[in-house]
Design a protein around this ligand. Structure first.
Ligand code: B12
Ligand code: SF4
Length: 550
């Protein structure tokens, strides 16, 4: 550890009331650890604005505040920082994270209370900024910094990437307030090898080259897992990488080595991660056994579509067959599967939407209404944004980072809007409340079942049977709503093809999405889950072993 420096730093993460879940801002925890290593005194606060202890901040008098900002938190971060700056006029404030990376200059122009914005990876850049303040040196050499200078806003060139991610200290999770984690997030790599046309990650990294995948070594990843298990007693993990499996950049065995090391270290953990569908090609029975034994219980595939044309539009390397195979293969092996899905895009055709609903029904994901409603979010800097602009489909209006657009087929556009508003803006409608509830129960249900199977399935035959019966019933309820949602969408498509009619659309959705039916399914799923817990309890499985897994 180097000499203590005098610049006091506060890292602040302001959550919106809607997102007021205790989360691990591991990016911020990583910056905190890095700055401490460099001799700085760092505090980290994560809170909603209403719960934020402003007086403590005024008493602590930080010299430099680093605030993380998302598209959704632009306003709440501004309001919070404004209050702080009114009380601590000399404090310097730097924004960072996704939103300032894309719009740093605009944000500095719009809100004069911010002194700096930092783009991309924060560790090196924020350390250099803190040192420039500490030693009163020029800001012109601080990479990735945007700042005010003589009435102008200057954008420095990007900081070099951290090539050796193992060199970073583990994130200081212990600095987070109320850090009672059920899950721990771990970042095992940065960057992504894919380039989906709707994704803006390339801009986060500055250039396509910078978006290249950099992975930590299996030893470093598993050492962090071990530290979390020992320090926090947490044994459930999310590897939150864009591409956990993507090791083409170097170590092609990384995924298997991580799994093997988890087993060798005797760590009894479960984990979930994001995979791309093509990954199924790299598996065989031996590898599947290994990955299951290491604790993989759930994955999210970015399948995005059920038809080849849209997959091509999204620049996805996987085919529909890959998507189907991957879902089937992992489910067969008791790994719960969730997906990313974009049903509508500006170029949607009736034929492709029919293929999408067939895909969703076949994979049982039509049971999650959200996937049927989902439309492509167009963000600036993504390649789809430029295509839409060229095709004259873009509407220059932004809402939380996404642009509005015209659809090539206007009737499809009307149907998409109709469904979107019904689902998302109809907050008072109980039907959609229960439809959303079914979606989240289903997403969680099979993860829980797999977790129970792994943890208690081998205890005795009765427990194995109880879990199997529960699983069968969950699929049965899911199948009902899967089919009715798919039928509802098909009828809507048939009607829309003749010319979208609002009254007909209302009557079709009312027929399938009526309160009694949807609430009934939601209640059945909930009852099924509670029934399982009761039966496990009666068999002597202590509730504390499974009640904290949701
Ligand atoms: C895990 C995760 C979550 C978790 C935890 C979030 C959290 N607080 O960390 C949960 C599920 C709670 C979540 C929620 C949301 N998320 Co999220 N999430 C992620 C995910 C998958 C990983 C984030 C991560 O930990 N990365 C690893 C760490 C090391 O990197 P990092 O967080 O980016 O931090 C680095 C830099 O960004 C930078 N940095 C970050 N903050 C700051 C601050 C300063 C001062 C500085 C200098 C630098 C800096 O330095 C860090 C270290 O290098 C990313 C996708 C991704 N691959 O990054 C999406 C992502 C960050 N989420 C996103 C979104 C939209 C959200 C939500 C708004 C979703 C919603 N509608 O509710 C909420 C907002 C949460 C909130 N705080 O209010 C977007 C953000 C883009 C945007 N619009 O601004 C992303 C990029 C996904 C996407 N679709 O593009 N999310
Ligand atoms: S795989 Fe995910 S992070 Fe990578 S380009 Fe596609 S959407 Fe973006």
């Amino acid at each position: 550890m180097s000499i203590k420096k005098k610049t006091k730093i506060l890292l602040l993460s302001v959550l919106t009331e809607k997102n007021a879940i205790i989360t691990e801002e591991i990016g911020m925890c990583s910056i905190a650890a890095f700055l401490e290593q460099d001799g700085f005194d760092v505090a980290l606060v994560n809170s909603t604005r209403s719960y934020l202890d402003f007086n403590k901040i005024y008493k602590d008098k930080p010299d430099l505040i680093g605030v993380s900002m998302y598209s959704t938190t632009e306003t709440v971060v501004y309001e919070t920082c404004k209050t702080i700056k009114e009380n601590l006029p000399d404090v310097k404030i730097s924004i960072g994270g996704y939103w300032p990376t894309l719009y740093g200059k605009k944000l500095l122009e719009k809100y004069s209370i911010y002194d700096y914005a930092i783009c991309g990876e924060g560790e090196l850049a924020f350390r250099d900024l803190a040192n420039a303040i500490e030693y009163n040196t020029s800001l012109s050499t601080v990479g990735s910094l945007i700042y005010h200078d003589k009435g102008e806003i200057i954008e420095n060139k990007r900081q070099d990437l951290i090539e050796d991610l193992d060199s970073l200290p583990f994130p200081r999770r212990d600095l987070l307030l109320n850090n009672k984690l059920k899950y721990a997030y771990i970042s095992t790599s940065r960057g992504c090898m894919a380039s989906c046309s709707f994704c803006w990650h390339q801009n986060f990294w500055g250039t396509k080259a910078n978006n290249r995948w950099r992975g930590r070594s299996p030893q470093s990843v598993v050492a962090e897992v071990k530290e979390i298990v020992n320090k926090y007693g947490v044994n459930r993990f999310w590897f939150i990488d864009d591409s956990f499996e993507d090791s083409k950049a170097g170590n092609t065995n990384r995924m298997w080595d991580i799994a093997q090391l988890i087993i060798d270290e005797g760590l009894h953990i479960t984990y979930e991660t994001y995979f791309r569908s093509e990954v199924h090609k790299r598996f065989n029975p031996e590898k599947m056994k290994l990955i299951k034994e290491s604790g993989l219980v759930g994955i999210v595939f970015g399948t995005e579509s059920g038809n080849e044309e849209d997959l091509k539009l999204y620049n996805k390397p996987a085919s529909v067959t890959d998507n189907l195979k991957a879902i089937e293969y992992f489910r067969e092996n008791d790994i719960a599967v969730d997906i990313g899905f974009i049903n509508f895009n500006p170029y949607s055709t009736f034929e492709n939407l029919r293929k999408n609903i067939d895909f969703l029904e076949k994979t049982k994901f039509a049971s999650v209404l959200y996937y049927i409603v989902e439309r492509c979010g167009i963000t600036e800097f993504s390649s789809l944004y430029y295509k839409l602009k060229k095709d004259g489909l873009l509407i220059e209006e932004q809402d939380l980072g996404c642009y509005s657009y015209h659809y090539v087929n206007e009737d499809i556009g009307k149907l998409s809007k109709f469904l979107y508003y019904k689902y998302h803006e109809n907050e008072n409608s109980k039907v959609y409340f229960y439809a959303k509830k079914i979606g989240s129960i289903i997403r969680e249900e099979f993860k829980i079942i797999n977790y129970l199977k792994r943890s208690f399935g081998q205890m005795n035959d009765t427990i194995t049977r109880i879990i199997a019966e529960n699983e069968e019933r969950a699929w049965e309820y899911l199948e009902r709503v899967n089919h009715s949602n798919a039928q509802c969408f098909r009828e809507l498509l048939d009607m829309t093809e003749k010319g979208f009619d609002q009254v007909c659309a209302e009557s079709i959705t009312e027929k399938y999405l009526n309160l009694e039916y949807i609430k009934g399914i939601s209640d059945l799923l909930e009852k099924n889950r509670l029934g399982l817990y009761m039966r496990l309890k009666n068999e002597g499985v202590p509730p504390e072993l499974y009640l904290n897994i949701e």
